[in-house]
Design a protein around this ligand. Structure first.
Ligand code: PEP
Ligand code: MN
Length: 291
């Protein structure tokens, strides 16, 4: 059975997800955009407003970061929660955020609509089992060196624990190639869609690590049949506290969207809505993910 998860903003901006039968090809494409990390209220609001204007369907932004080096910026932690609450209230989009430890569920639950499991935690089965007990969608990134069948097995930890709202995200894998941060495996998209009923999205930001490659690979993801993309956007990438080299500028994002919509049209699926005139958040229904 196929489902459509749709997000309906409430006054609290919490997610309300309803399942409706339908054909996945008719589901709206999800565009999740935002900075790698929440750095400040001003930064997050600036990005959120800009991406919403172009048709983004959800915001992203790290609060607890998984950094390779212990002396790198680790995220604002709990301090980011009131920032996200305020920005969601102003912009009216759902929020996707990585959770790195089950003990963060309580603090993140107030503002997070979709819990993201990062690539480094795809094999953290206790975390996956805990997320199986909650009623919000869980976006799982493919592990750095995970086989696709291991990726699907990770998703099963969540679904078997009781939460069927899982979104798979191809975000590149480690190969011998060093020109890019990772090798984005776009064949994963049709493979995963053929093997499961779960929505499959693509992260061309971590998948390439190179700003100039993000937009072409976002277009390619749509052409490969992805149900969405998640991209990092920063108005001043040189000042970003994490992943600046792969962040799209606001201008880059403006270029990405129109051609993406034309590709979606060629794929017989609806493009991103025109959000240039923004209705009040509580009156909008934002279709988010298929399941
Ligand atoms: C992220 O999306 O912020 C992130 C750290 O991604 P990944 O887990 O894919 O490296
Ligand atoms: Mn990042």
């Amino acid at each position: 059975m196929l489902f459509l998860d749709s997000y309906q903003s409430s006054q609290q901006n919490s997610a309300s997800l309803t399942k409706v039968e339908g054909n996945p090809e008719t589901f709206p494409f999800s565009m999740i955009a935002g900075p790698c990390s929440i750095e400040s209220y001003e930064l997050f609001l600036e990005v959120a407003r800009a991406v919403k204007k172009q048709g983004a369907t959800a915001l992203r932004g790290g609060i607890f970061k998984m950094r390779t080096r212990s002396d790198a910026f680790q995220g604002l932690g709990g301090e980011a929660v009131p920032i996200v609450k305020q920005v969601k209230a102003e912009v009216g989009l759902p929020f996707v955020c990585e959770i790195t430890d089950p003990r963060q569920i309580a603090v993140l639950d107030e503002v997070v609509d979709v819990f993201q499991v990062g690539a480094r935690n795809m094999h953290n089965y206790e975390l996956l089992k805990e997320l199986g007990k909650i009623h919000k969608p869980v976006l799982i990134k493919r592990g750095l060196a995970a086989y696709l069948d291991e990726f699907l097995a990770a998703a099963e930890y969540v679904t078997k624990a009781g939460n069927s709202r899982v979104i798979l995200c191809e975000r590149g894998i480690r190969t011998f190639e060093r020109s890019t941060r990772n090798t984005l495996d776009l064949s994963a998209v049709p493979y995963l869609k053929q093997k499961s009923k779960l929505p499959v999205i693509v992260d061309p930001s971590h998948g390439t690590g190179v700003r100039s490659l993000v937009t072409p690979m976002a277009w390619a993801a749509a052409a490969a049949g992805a149900d969405g993309v998640i991209v990092e956007v920063h108005p001043r990438p040189k000042e970003a506290l994490s992943d600046g080299e792969q962040a799209l500028t606001l201008e880059d994002f403006e270029i990405l969207v129109p051609r993406l919509n034309r590709i979606l049209e060629a794929m017989d699926r609806p493009g991103l809505g025109d959000h240039s005139s923004t209705p009040a958040p509580h009156s909008r229904k934002i279709p988010a993910w298929t399941n």
